[in-house]
Design a protein around this ligand. Sequence first.
Ligand SMILES: Cc1cc2nc3c(=O)[nH]c(=O)nc-3n(C[C@H](O)[C@H](O)[C@H](O)COP(=O)(O)OP(=O)(O)OC[C@H]3O[C@@H](n4cnc5c(N)ncnc54)[C@H](O)[C@@H]3O)c2cc1C
Length: 378
Amino acid sequence: MNYDVIVAGAGSMGISAGYYLTKQGVKTLLIDAFDPPHSSGSHSGDTRLMRHVYAGHPTYTKMAIRADHLWKELEELSNQSLFIRSGVLNMGESGSQVLEKKLIHANNHQIQVEILNADEIKHRWRGIHLPDHYTGLYEPNAGFLFSEKVVQAYRDQALLSGAQLLTNTSITNIETADESVTVTTNKGSFRAAKLIMSMGAWFGTVSHFINLPVRPLRKAVAWFEGDESLFDYNQFPGFTIGDGERSYYGFPSLNGSGVKIGRHDAGQLWSPNHPFEPFGYFSHDEDDLRGAMESFFPRAAGKVLKGAVCKYEMTPDENFIIDHHPHYSNVLIAGGFSGHGFKFASVVGEILADLTIQGKTDFDISPFSISRFANTLT
Ligand SMILES: Cc1cc2nc3c(=O)[nH]c(=O)nc-3n(C[C@H](O)[C@H](O)[C@H](O)COP(=O)(O)OP(=O)(O)OC[C@H]3O[C@@H](n4cnc5c(N)ncnc54)[C@H](O)[C@@H]3O)c2cc1C
């Protein structure tokens, strides 16, 4: 056997898993089709929101608390700032059940939050324009992560711990036999006792081996010029805002970067090996985001300073997939992070390492089981 574990896909989740495995002495080979961090997957575009309070299954909040701890550790290890606690403000129409559920989870886990009405929000952050029937939940200890820097930091730490990384190497086939896994690439074949698959938007390329109901989506984001005295990260938080139909998320300006905004729902279906159109290819890339800026942040609706595209990979229920392969107990799958996975990349890496080494994790990962798609799997 060449390796204890092969990690297929060394992006957000894979590179983190690679670090937590090698840190514990596991002989690990990471394989990636690009050179992570890169802009062809799901982790590009500078920043990702990191918040702790979730409306979904309670396991998300528990995982976010552990992820936060691991982000601090990674900052110390790599001696750099990776997480800016700018606060995050979630805004939506009053009476939404989502807000109430978040409040319950916040109380259960002693996470500091403030509930603010529209007037209080507008008074506190003068750059926000909000209909009177909106309410906000503000999490002061939330903020945003520098996503490419995080991937680079885990890469550095994994390599320092002894991991091997093959970049610009595409996986073309996977086979299991005699309790081992053989991964074939354009640069040769590699064998290991165990395999972790963390291939983001490209699971479709290995559908012969695992056929997941994951839909990759093209997502556009843009940075808008605004009044820096209102929108700089020292005074303005990360945010999410929705009107029941459309939902957006965004980030304060970072040293003149402009306010970054993206849309969480919508997006264009994409398939591996098909063209991936750049920002601005569709006129609605900018128009849609500008509409939200004009409605909610009119003093940051200036010119577009930068635009980018990135990939989501959606499961039907928007919950992750973290589970063993339905037929092979030595293969773990981590995918379908549905546009909200990055904040958890640290703890997901740790969970994958725990499942690989000890065969168990302290977290309830039942909401992420593959069996919930039993009817659609082949
Ligand atoms: C615009 C945008 C905004 C987002 N905002 C947030 C946010 O605010 N907060 C948050 O928590 N999350 C957010 N997310 C989601 C988060 O970034 C993703 O959930 C996360 O990055 C997914 O990680 P991954 O490891 O599955 O994918 P990736 O990081 O893309 O890693 C997958 C890797 O697998 C490799 N790979 C694939 N196929 C092969 C193959 N055949 N051979 C070799 N290598 C292969 C790829 O090259 C890639 O490096 C956002 C995503 C996008 C696109």
